[in-house]
Write a protein that binds this ligand. Structure first.
Ligand code: SAH
Ligand code: SF4
Ligand code: F3S
Length: 441
């Protein structure tokens, strides 16, 4: 029996987590066994992210530790996967000579062969991007550990080329996965006891499956997945504002087990900035979509991503972001300072001219404001009852459990006799900025 051990560490977005699950599946077929301890591994994979400079720095620091491990264990093979591998290609092998493999997101089927060709200082790279690869028939090995919520990747790549973003370069062109294989995966998860499925894509709602005799858009796919079982609840991420159609909002509104929660990154509250970002919508369009969502799904959970200090951002444009955040009243937001990424349109054509100190001050301002908004939103929930999927034992006390409401709010409550995977009704009794506290009723 082969007992080679694999250690994998994942950075970046949910798509990367989902990809790591595919990688583990491919290697388990080759006889590898997953380990939690890097020091026991024969192969170490780091699945990386390039979205901002600090994401890459984090990986660069971390892999130095693996370099030390390799000194003690010369047969150890180290592979860099994911977006940094794709962005830097052979340069990464030249710069970090202890790395054995550099493998881009569309080349994971090639991993067993690449591993076998490395060793004794031989380095290998495969960073070929594909127009078709969706890993559709590979059953991912779930790394979630709670056994109730799982990701299903339904499309890959991005054709939007927002001016600041590396993703189209690291992930290649947009392509949708065969719906039959998506439904099969959802049914399989149901059989294994899973209760929540999150459909994933760089722009999940741009999903579009086309053959000679079939076309299927995202709302139709979403409905089909929801129809697999009412025992499953369905989420999806990340939606692009340009593709939030009325049909999609109606489908969410009319289908009980599709969660009332939408992550809709606005990036900036200024239409001029959005134009420079090449986001392909303006603020009127964005607010029109938000108002449609609010009118059809009154308590819909709303969250967003914001980039602050983008090229040329004036005080006035920044204030427009503050205003839009107040107007929408997001439940939570991921907020970032603009980080120039090599070879993007913005890096090539625009000056990264907002002072670092100004970027920091703007970021602090919006973070503080969002905290107030989040707290206000949570306070409005006190006294309300939520249907919650029990997902984890609480980090603070084993006498408590945590889970999320339909609207994607985290709730903590006394466990009583609940177990992970139960649906329970929880009445909210108090809250913090990030959590609702409550009791089972
Ligand atoms: N496809 C999704 C976003 C994926 S990247 C969408 O278009 O909404 C996740 C978030 O990272 C983005 O929404 C953006 O807010 C942020 N981001 C991307 N590139 C960035 C950069 N160069 N600097 C700072 N933040 C960035
Ligand atoms: Fe990046 Fe824009 Fe594509 Fe999102 S839509 S992944 S921000 S290029
Ligand atoms: Fe990062 Fe790549 Fe995801 S750049 S955010 S891991 S698509």
């Amino acid at each position: 029996m082969n007992s080679k051990k694999l250690f994998i560490e994942t950075y970046g977005c949910q798509m990367n987590i989902s990809d790591s699950e595919v990688v583990v599946s491919i290697l388990e077929k080759e006889g590898y066994e997953l380990t939690d301890a890097a020091k026991d591994a024969d192969v170490i994979f780091v699945n990386t992210c390039s979205i901002r400079d600090n994401a890459e720095k984090k990986v660069r620091n971390r892999i130095q530790e693996f370099k030390h491990l390799k000194r003690k264990k010369p047969n150890l093979k180290i592979g860099i996967l994911g977006c940094m591998a794709e962005r830097l290609k052979d340069t990464l092998l030249e710069e970090e000579s202890f790395i054995d493999m550099v493998v881009g997101p569309d080349a994971y089927r090639d991993l067993p062969s690449l591993i076998s060709q490395t060793g004794d200082g031989r380095q290998m790279a495969n960073t070929v991007l594909s127009l078709e690869e969706t890993y559709e028939e590979i059953t991912p090995v779930r790394l979630d550990r709670n056994g109730v919520s799982a990701f299903i990747s339904i499309m890959r790549g991005c054709d939007n080329y927002c001016s600041y973003c590396v993703v189209p370069y690291t992930r290649g062109h947009e392509r949708s996965r065969n719906p039959k294989s998506i439904i099969t995966e959802a049914k399989d998860l149901l059989k294994k006891g899973y209760k929540e499925i999150t459909l994933l894509g760089q722009n999940v709602n741009s999903y579009n499956w086309k053959t000679d005799d079939e076309t299927l858009n995202f709302s139709k796919l979403l409905k089909q997945v929801a129809n697999v079982s009412t025992e499953l609840r369905i989420r999806f991420s990340t939606s692009h504002p340009k593709d939030i159609s009325d049909e999609l909002i109606e489908t969410i509104a009319n289908t009980n087990n599709i969660c009332n929660s939408i992550h809709l990154p606005v990036q900036s509250g200024s239409s001029d900035v959005l134009k420079r970002m090449k986001r392909s919508y303006d603020i009127e369009w964005y607010m029109n979509r938000i108002n449609k969502i609010k009118s059809l799904i009154p308590n819909c959970g709303l969250s967003t991503d914001i980039i602050t200090g983008f090229c040329g951002e004036t005080d006035e444009e920044h204030n427009a972001t503050v205003a839009i955040m107040q107007e929408v009243g997001y439940d939570y937001a991921f907020m970032f300072k603009y980080s120039e990424r090599p070879d993007t349109f913005a890096a090539n054509r625009m000056a990264d001219d907002v002072d670092e100190a100004v970027k920091s001050a703007r970021l602090t301002e919006i973070i503080n404001m969002q905290q107030k908004t989040s707290l206000a939103s949570n306070k409005r929930d006190i006294g309300k009852v939520f249907r919650v999927l029990v997902e984890n034992v609480s980090k603070r006390s084993t006498a408590q459990m945590s889970g999320r409401s339909d609207e994607n709010k985290v709730m903590v409550f006394d466990r009583k006799n609940t177990v992970i995977g139960d649906y329970v009704n929880i009445k909210c009794t108090s809250c913090t900025v990030g959590t609702l506290l409550g009791e089972i009723i």
